[in-house]
Structure formats: C-alpha cells, structure tokens
Design a protein around this ligand. Structure first.
Ligand SMILES: C[S@@+](CC[C@H](N)C(=O)[O-])C[C@H]1O[C@@H](n2cnc3c(N)ncnc32)[C@H](O)[C@@H]1O
Ligand SMILES: Nc1nc2[nH]cc(C(=O)O)c2c(=O)[nH]1
Ligand code: SF4
Ligand SMILES: [Mg+2]
Length: 231
C-alpha cells in the first residue's frame, strides 16, 4: 500500500470468519519455498505502514467463514500442491489459528509471511514454517523462537556496513534505525532486493543483495513471481 494504508490493531475474534483480500494459486516467489506451487491466502489489514510496501490488502469486502475459505482453497488447489502460504497485510492481525490448525490437520504444509510484531498461539509442527521479514527494531517475544527463517528486504544506502542488514526505518523514510537482529544466528537469513518501482534502482538493489549474500553467507532470494508476471 506504499505507506498509504490505515494502521489496524490486532483483532482477536474466534477466527471463524476472516477478512480476506484474495486467494490465488501461484509459485511461491520468495524465501525458502521459492519456486514451489502454492495456494496463497492474503489477509487484509496491517498494523504497520511500510513506505515501500508493494501490496494492496485493503480493497476487499470479502469476509468468508472458515468453511467458505477452506472450500475456496480446495477449489483451486491441485492435488499435488500441499503448500498453503498465509500472507497479507499482516496475517497475525487476525486469529488465523483455526485456519492453520485445520490446514495442518489435513496434512498440508503452511507457511506464514509475517512482520513479526504480533503473535497468535499456533501448534508446533514441522509442517508449519514462519518466515519473518523484520520491519521494526523489536519483534513480539513469543514469535522469535517460532521463526524458521528471516527475509530482509534491502535497498542501497540503507544497510549496515557491519552485517549488511537494514539500518533504516521502514515506517519513516531516511530515518536511521537498525531493524531486528537475532541475538544468536539460529535461523537462516534471506536477503531480497527492495522493489522501488524503478528499474535502475532495482538493479542496484539486486546487485547489493548479491554482494551482501556472498560477503555474509546469507541466501539471496528474488521476487521471481514479478519476473514471470505471476501473481
Ligand atoms: C506484503 S508483505 C505481507 C506479509 C507481512 N506483512 C510482511 O511484511 O512480511 C509480504 C512480503 O513482501 C515484502 N515486500 C513488501 N513490499 C516490498 C517491496 N516493495 N519490495 C520487496 N519486497 C517487498 C515484505 O517484506 C514481505 O516479505
Ligand atoms: N507469487 C508470490 N509469491 C509471494 N511470496 C510472498 C508474497 C507476498 O505478497 O506475501 C508473494 C506474492 O504476492 N506472490
Ligand atoms: S508489514 Fe508487510 S503488509 Fe504491512 S505495510 Fe509492511 S510490507 Fe506491507
Ligand atoms: Mg507479494
């Protein structure tokens, strides 16, 4: 929403109805499951307002029941596709626990894309992968031990010389701020170039990510769906 969205607090309902932007079948374009066929569930609303956010998550009026949402997922999921990605907006703004529990109970894999500032108790499962893309100095303490991988979005002139990770606020342009770092490097780090909507800048961001990945041992990921004009 390019920093234009309303800031919305966490809504703790029973999770039997969710505000959803879209459900679509695509290839995961980012992070540890890049390239894998997946059904995406994009939840609405976010508690942050990143000035470079590339996503519309406020224009839907669809509030399906859990059953209707599960049916929608099943209607577009090929039988070989077992990966459901829950994203947003900020998925932990709503009670996604019943959705996650049901999907895991059906033997599916669930991957969540999150900014790491909110938490909802979710079952432990090796088929549940939480990928955090930090946007703030601190994260919710209960989510940190549950994070499987970090995915930092990098832009030139905005990274720390020491570790190559973001050193500027995502909420306020040109404001110096070191985003969250793990105390101990337990979860793998992915670096992804920021899409600034300008090919020259994007090319510099890609080169920056490649250099930082090679210098610090991070894994590069590119938003491959955008290269393929996939959703
Ligand atoms: C739209 S966010 C939704 C999930 C969650 N709110 C988060 O920030 O992780 C999904 C992913 O897109 C990334 N993203 C958003 N805007 C981007 C941009 N302009 N360039 C590159 N990645 C972007 C986020 O960092 C995050 O990894
Ligand atoms: N294909 C595809 N892969 C993605 N990985 C993370 C996405 C997101 O917006 O959360 C995303 C997306 O919007 N599309
Ligand atoms: S936290 Fe995620 S969804 Fe929210 S504004 Fe930032 S990038 Fe967009
Ligand atoms: Mg996206």
């Amino acid at each position: 929403m390019k920093g234009k969205n309303k800031l919305r607090r966490q809504e703790l309902t029973d999770g039997r109805e969710l505000w959803i932007q879209e459900v679509f079948y695509t290839l995961q374009g980012e992070g540890p499951f890049s390239g894998q066929p997946s059904v995406f569930v994009r939840t609405c609303g976010c508690n942050l307002k990143c000035f470079w956010c590339d996503t519309d998550f406020e224009s839907s009026t669809w509030r399906p029941s859990l059953d209707e949402l599960l049916e929608t997922i099943e209607n577009i999921r090929p039988s070989f596709c077992d990966l459901i990605v829950i994203t947003g907006g900020e998925p932990f703004r709503q009670n996604i626990a019943p959705l996650v529990e049901t999907l895991l109970g059906r033997g599916l894999r669930v991957q969540i894309e999150t900014n790491g500032t909110l938490w909802i108790e979710l079952p432990e499962s090796e088929r549940l992968t939480i990928v955090c893309s930090p946007k703030t100095r601190g994260l919710h303490p209960d989510i940190v031990p549950r994070i499987s991988a970090y995915k930092y979005v990098l832009s030139v002139d905005e990274v720390d010389a020491e570790d190559g990770l973001p050193a500027r606020s995502t909420q306020k342009e040109n404001y110096v701020m070191r985003l969250f770092r793990q105390k101990k490097a337990v979860a793998p780090i992915y670096v992804m170039p920021r899409d600034d909507g300008d090919e020259n800048l994007n090319e510099r961001n890609r080169a920056l990510c490649a250099d930082i990945a090679m210098r610090h041992g991070y894994t590069l990921c590119l938003q491959t769906h955008k290269m393929l004009a996939l959703r």
